[in-house]
Design a protein around this ligand. Structure first.
Ligand code: C2O
Ligand code: CU
Length: 476
């Protein structure tokens, strides 16, 4: 395996950074209208070539949406219906999952389970009304390892009815790639050894589809920065040198504004964080954005490059940072029914499977399990639910990570409150749709089972999902 190109060692110069700034600066200040007809959008899945690293490296052969990496930034309105026609021009089946949106099961994009796969040359029309404002994203739920790993991902931004007072609203879709020395996507998807460990972590991280040298900013401005980790497996812990980002939303759902513990924004695959960032640095200076999640593998993602101009204001903006709440139903903890989900399997010390002895349901190619059962692949007809939940009832799921690896666990169609870690209450009880479990940790989440259907619950390290860390919760 060639691990040759790394952003820390092979920085392309200014082009990528400048392009992303130009795109961000031209974000439309959207005019508000009282009532809108259904918005219709088109999205095409197809192969393309894209300058991930930039000159002098060749373009990378990718699979993507709308001919670009990341896919088009879809901006829709909270409470307004949207219709998205997806055309499949790939040589294999696909679907689109609107990650984090609380939508009807038929629009959830799981092949076999919620819809037939979209065959090559065919289209499928998704239609839903997003109930929550926030930062969401979309990706395939068929052949996920290859399709996501080759570039199919984009952000779905649901706008608040009233604009939030910031100077600029900026999106960073962060993606991890495993590239060869010729800047092409390395083969070897679904490697069993990797599947039992960290999953396919790559060697190149991009900001909005390109290795980024800098993002230009202006002293005194307040940014709303939307971070999306669209990686197959890479977990990130971002530090902003010289800055104090304030978290205002997690997985699209507003939270009590707070600075992250130890100043690092922890983003597992599929997770999103919105931060408010006051640009308090000095004009003309540069500050690094560092990802140091993996011991000894720290690198810088990009740099905040201050223009050599006087600050746009002399005191930081004093507008409130908090975002309006979304209408997520509050679980009734006193009456909630509790269930334990044990996450099992994976390699330990390079060889043995952990806790898998004598378990049922370990199908071919399975490395992981939930409560002793492994469901593999991307979703298919006839998956038996692990639990049947009663519609309208509150539930607490205690997820216990009995493995030696990290798992970002995602529940489709719902947002849950993160209540406790290892039995201690967490400070902000934030809403989330994906919760990151460190090895050996137990996390309690609570939600109201208000959305009928067969909903997937799986690890979003794609190798883990497709090799067994997946199950179904049925809401009757
Ligand atoms: Cu983004 Cu089934 O997941
Ligand atoms: Cu996992």
């Amino acid at each position: 395996m060639s691990l040759i190109i790394h952003p820390a060692t092979s920085r392309r110069s200014l082009l990528a950074g400048a392009a992303s700034v130009a795109a961000a600066a031209s974000l439309p200040r959207v005019a508000r209208a009282a009532s809108l007809p259904t918005r219709e959008l088109k999205l095409t899945s197809a192969p393309a070539r894209w300058p991930i690293i930039g000159k002098p490296h060749p373009d990378t052969e990718v699979w993507c949406y709308g001919g670009r990496i990341p896919g088009p930034e879809l901006r829709v309105r909270q409470g307004k219906s949207v219709r998205i026609i997806v055309e499949n021009r790939l040589a294999q089946d696909t679907t689109v999952h609107w990650h984090g949106i609380r939508l009807p099961i038929a629009m959830d994009g799981v092949p076999g389970l919620t819809q037939p796969p979209i065959r090559p040359g065919e289209s499928f029309t998704y239609e839903f009304t997003p109930p929550d404002a926030g930062t969401f994203w979309y990706h395939p739920h068929a052949h996920s390892l290859q399709q996501l790993g080759r570039g199919m991902a984009g952000a779905l931004i649901v706008e608040e009815p009233e604009p939030v007072p910031v100077d600029r609203d900026i999106l960073w879709v962060l993606s991890d790639w495993r590239l060869t020395s010729g800047a092409q996507i390395a083969s070897g998807f679904g490697n069993a050894m990797e599947a039992g460990m960290s999953g396919r972590v790559g060697n190149t991280v991009t900001v909005n589809g390109a290795v980024s040298d800098e993002v230009r900013v202006r002293a005194g401005e307040r940014l709303r920065l939307r971070l999306v980790n669209s990686s197959l497996a890479r977990i990130m812990a971002l530090r902003f040198e010289g800055h104090r980002p304030v978290m205002v939303a997690i997985d699209g759902q507003p939270c009590e504004p707070h600075e992250p513990e130890d100043g690092r924004l922890l983003l597992g695959p599929a997770m999103r964080i919105d931060v408010m960032l006051d640009m308090r640095g000095d004009s003309g200076r540069r500050y690094r954005v560092i990802d140091d999640f993996y011991d000894g593998l720290s690198y810088w993602l990009t740099q905040l490059a201050y223009e050599d101009k006087p600050p746009v204001r002399s005191h930081p903006l004093d507008a409130p940072r908090s975002l309006p709440r979304n209408p997520v139903p509050e679980p009734d903890l006193a009456r909630a029914e509790r269930h334990e989900l044990k996450l099992q399997g994976g390699m330990m010390g390079g060889s043995a499977m952990m806790g898998m002895g004598g378990m049922m349901g370990m199908g071919h190619g399975a490395s992981w399990a939930i409560n002793g059962t492994s469901m593999t692949g991307d979703g298919h007809a006839g998956m038996a639910p692990l639990l049947t939940l009663q519609r309208g009832r509150s539930y607490v799921l205690s997820m216990r990570n009995d493995t030696a690896w990290w798992h970002p666990m995602h529940l489709h169609g719902h947002s849950f409150r993160v209540l406790a870690r290892n039995g201690s209450a967490v400070p902000h009880r934030q809403w989330a749709d994906t919760v990151l479990l460190p090895p050996k940790e137990k996390v309690d989440v609570a939600f109201v089972a208000d959305n009928p259907g067969d909903w997937m619950l799986h690890c979003h390290v794609t190798d883990h999902q497709v090799s067994g860390m997946m199950t179904i919760l049925r809401i009757a």
